[in-house]
Design a protein around this ligand. Structure first.
Ligand code: DLL
Length: 442
């Protein structure tokens, strides 16, 4: 670390909105919310139709809790209005477009005005700074560039913070390693599983991942656990923090984690109003601390105002700590549409990650395969997981047994565990696919 960056880590200058009181923040939220619902109603036919059908009008929003009277927005709404039906500004005011990959059905398209892009960059800069990144640092950005919001979103934020950005994007792992060694970045931005791929590839090349110049990692775009944080921090000798976001709401930087507390991402509530609802009965808005589905309303967006967007992400709201006025979100256990229901028991890949990483013989490289053997009505789960390098066949067999037992105890599901050779499972290039559903369709 140069003297300058060392000094900078102790005296970050925060945005005024990061330090205001909760009362002041809620007053700001209310006025911005009143503006946003009226703006959406006036400019986006879908919102007008939905509000009218629900019998609510923007003038009904007198206090923050009135938000619960307004209808939800879903990914399906964005798909039906494909491509630009939900934009609230004419096309010549849209400065940029991003889109989701659309693996199932049509892609969802999102747009930004120049001001939206500036706000986005400011919030990513705020998130990176919270996670330890400082002006003047070199930032290796391994989030994918293109229509995915990760690459360009993180890029603009790092630039806005005053960093030197290395826009490598995802993939070409060998080249990433060369550039990390030659350019000596201070921070890396990547999905947690892609950082794992990089660390793994370094070890294969005989490079100690703990020996690089990297000191900070800002990781997101997929669920990860405290166990994975520990794994990455110890193998790479870095501080790893979370960054959360989704394209429909903005992209990365909706929430970011503070390096000094590492206790979950602070939602930047001057720009987004979060709610937690019961995923099975969405009419029920849950209290802080209770687990459910995260819902967001944008407070400042121009091109794509979003009202009560159902994220499908399962988490809970916690009081602010490092930024007291801004509530934190607990780790995302998973998405409601990623939940495996196995003989009546709900299971998420992150639960397996948590359990497996506590078993020293097992690596973080695993896949979950769901099958329904011929003639049987019961689904079967196979956890395929790589052993760590030095583990023997006996060690692997014993570890498999422990994992199977621990899954039975902590999750309640019976499964088969298949411990495989190091390097035999597919590596992540970005968002890793953990679930392989081989059950017959229909
Ligand atoms: O993944 C935006 C992003 C890019 C966030 C880079 C962080 C870093 P989408 O492709 O629209 O946008 O996917 C959004 O990814 O609803 C969550 O299910 C998941 N996700 C994003 N961040 C986290 C995180 C980007 N920190 C979806 N922890 C979200 C867990 C996350 N899941």
């Amino acid at each position: 670390m140069t003297q300058e960056t060392a000094a900078a880590t102790t005296d970050a200058v925060l945005d005024r909105e990061e330090t205001i009181s909760r009362d002041e923040l809620e007053a700001l939220q209310l006025s911005r919310l009143q503006h946003t619902v009226a703006y959406a109603y006036d400019r986006v036919p879908l919102y007008k139709r939905k509000f009218d059908e629900a019998g609510v009008h923007p003038t009904d929003l007198r206090e923050l809790s009135d938000l619960g009277k307004f209808p939800f927005t879903t990914k399906e709404d964005l798909r039906l209005e494909y491509p630009f039906g939900m934009f609230a500004v004419p096309q010549n005011e849209v400065a940029r477009i991003h889109a989701s990959s659309g693996t199932t059905g049509r892609a969802t398209v999102v747009g930004y005005t120049k001001k939206d892009l500036a706000d986005w960059a400011k919030l990513v800069a705020r998130s990176l700074r919270a996670s330890g990144v400082r002006p003047g640092m070199k930032v290796h950005n391994a989030y994918g560039y293109g229509l995915f919001t990760g690459g360009m979103g993180a890029h603009a934020g790092a630039e806005a913070l005053g960093c030197t950005v290395i826009p490598i994007s995802g993939g070409q792992t060998e080249r990433q390693i060369t550039l990390i060694q030659d350019f000596k970045p201070d921070a890396i931005l990547a999905t947690p599983t892609y950082l794992l791929t990089i660390a793994d590839a370094m070890m294969k090349q005989g490079i100690d991942p703990a020996s690089t110049s990297l000191k900070y990692a800002v990781l997101g775009a997929e669920p990860w656990t405290e166990e994975m944080r520990h794994e990455l921090e110890t193998t790479m000798n870095i501080k790893a923090c979370d960054i959360y976001g989704l394209s429909e709401v903005m992209g990365p930087g909706v929430a970011g984690e503070a390096v000094e507390t590492q206790d979950g991402s602070h939602i930047w509530e001057d720009h987004f109003r979060p709610e937690i609802i019961d995923a099975f009965d969405p009419t029920v808005v849950l209290a802080d601390g209770e687990p459910g589905e995260l819902v967001f309303t944008s407070l400042t967006k121009e091109a794509l105002p979003i009202i009560r967007y159902r994220t499908k992400d399962l988490t809970r709201l916690l009081p602010g700590t490092a930024r007291p006025a801004h509530r934190r979100m607990g780790r995302i256990t998973g998405r409601s549409d990623d939940m495996i229901i196995l003989r009546g028991v709900n299971l998420f890949p992150s639960q397996i990650e948590e359990i497996a990483l506590r078993i020293p013989e097992l690596s973080p490289h695993f896949q979950l395969e769901l099958t329904r053997p011929e003639g049987q009505r019961m689904d079967q789960l196979t956890v395929r997981i790589e052993r760590r390098g030095a583990v023997t066949a006996e060690g692997s067999a014993a570890a498999a047994k422990v994992l199977q037992q621990q899954i039975k105890i902590h999750v309640g599901s019976s499964c088969t565990v298949d411990v495989v050779e190091p390097g035999s499972l597919e590596r992540s290039n970005g968002k890793l696919r953990r679930i392989y559903d081989m059950r017959p369709k229909g």
